[in-house]
Design a protein around this ligand. Structure first.
Ligand code: KIV
Length: 303
């Protein structure tokens, strides 16, 4: 049986076998990810986009993230489950951040939390770590900063911005995060970060040099027919498979082919016969009265 992965075990994979990570938001998706041997399952706030159909992740709440994390944990995956901290759950005070991170661990059952940002979030990262909660960092195109970034744009394209990103990564690693997601950054910048920090980097739109890669469940499996980012490789088109399956189900309903004999609960023939006599006798169901009681007594004796 595969061993349960922990944050220290992931941390120890720096420079070793590539880490595999995928998002999941409920029990079935977590079971699928775990059967495929994911190292890390991220209960991402991308649930807002791919499950709730929203244009951004900003309205997610701690309660909702706890709900999805607990659903994922029902699958009892061997993968490390990381709960994503939603926007504004760690931007006010370190105390509030610790309480909210604690909810993802205590109520959701996650083994670690992820939060976005570098230097600006160092106090919060340190406080959460001091509460014995493993933290995964997230730098580059951080979706919770969509308005500050002026849209979903690749980050660190200019030397100064790239230098700042590398500095942020070092600060996070020195503070004690066990890994860092690098999203939407040029491959050369991600490669430099990966060389510079002692913890694994996990890329999404950050090139091939990272210590691991992550994609969103619905993107990688083609569970929707919306446009995806350039960095997404779609390994299946399950939305088309699902549409085709439902079309066949509906056709069978219309033709009367569904349900078939094996898909029906059957009544013992003697009971069916008694029922027919009951309903067809004088007065039918409405006036069955005493006759009904004696029929039912007979039936009970026969069984
Ligand atoms: O919410 C999410 O799914 C993420 C990944 C894209 C890294 O943060």
């Amino acid at each position: 049986m595969a061993k349960k992965l922990t944050a220290p075990a992931i941390r120890a994979r720096k420079g070793g076998d590539k880490l595999t990570m995928v998002t999941a938001y409920d029990e079935p998706s977590a079971r699928i990810a775990d059967r495929a041997a994911a190292d890390i399952i991220l209960v991402g706030d991308s649930v807002a986009n791919v499950v709730l159909g929203r244009g951004d992740t900003l309205a997610m709440t701690v309660d909702e993230m706890v709900y999805h994390t607990a659903a994922v944990m029902t699958a009892e995956p061997n993968a490390l489950v990381v709960g994503d901290m939603p926007w504004l759950s760690y931007h006010t005070t370190p105390d509030e951040a610790v309480r909210n991170a604690g909810r993802l661990i205590r109520d959701g059952g996650a083994g670690a939390v992820k939060l976005e940002g570098g230097q600006k979030r160092l106090d919060v990262v340190r406080a959460v770590l001091a509460a014995e909660i493993p933290v995964m960092g997230h730098l580059g195109l951080t979706p919770q900063s969509v308005h500050a970034m002026g849209g979903y744009r690749v980050q660190g394209k200019q030397a100064a911005a790239a230098y700042e990103l590398i500095t942020d990564a070092k600060l996070l690693a020195d503070a004690g995060v066990f890994s860092i997601v690098l999203e939407g950054v040029p491959d050369v910048v991600a490669a430099m970060v990966t060389d510079e920090v002692a913890v694994p980097t996990i890329g999404i739109g950050a090139g091939a040099q990272c210590d691991g890669q992550v994609l969103v469940f619905h993107d990688v499996l083609g569970l929707h027919d919306k446009r995806t980012a350039k960095f997404v490789r779609q390994y299946a088109n399950l939305a088309d498979v699902a549409v085709e399956a439902l079309e066949r189900f509906f056709a069978d309903v219309r033709s009367g082919d569904f349900p078939g004999a094996d898909e029906i609960y059957h009544m013992p023939e003697e009971s069916a016969e008694i029922l027919r006599e009951l309903t067809e006798g004088a007065g039918g169901l409405r006036n069955a009265g005493v006759a009904r009681d004696s029929f039912l007594a007979d039936e009970a004796m026969e069984q």
